[in-house]
Ligand binder design. Structure first.
Ligand code: ZN
Length: 90
């Protein structure tokens, strides 16, 4: 019967996490399995559809509907990728 400590050592929690899509490092504390860039790429078409389908949309509604951080929506808007349908929104 052989016995080694190796198995025990291998059970340590990894201290890094990687994006499930591109493999880049993401913060351990991140609630998502993808990095921000991959999330943005994946979600962008859905967000656009959501805005097209819903007359009244604001950042809060979007963030909640998509389950994403409001700062991501801010980035899209400031990068000019996203605009709300009209100016009646607050
Ligand atoms: Zn990624």
């Amino acid at each position: 019967m052989t016995h080694s400590n190796a198995d025990f050592l291998n059970k340590q929690e990894p201290m890094t996490r990687h994006c499930s899509r591109c493999g880049c490092r993401i913060p351990i504390s991140s609630p998502y399995d993808q990095c921000r860039e991959c999330m943005k790429k994946e979600l962008f078409p859905k967000v656009k559809d959501f805005i097209n389908e819903n007359e009244y949309v604001n950042e809060m509604i979007l963030a909640e509907a998509m389950g994403i951080d409001k700062t991501i929506i801010h980035e899209w808007i400031s990068e000019g990728h996203l605009e709300y349908r009209d100016n009646r929104l607050h």
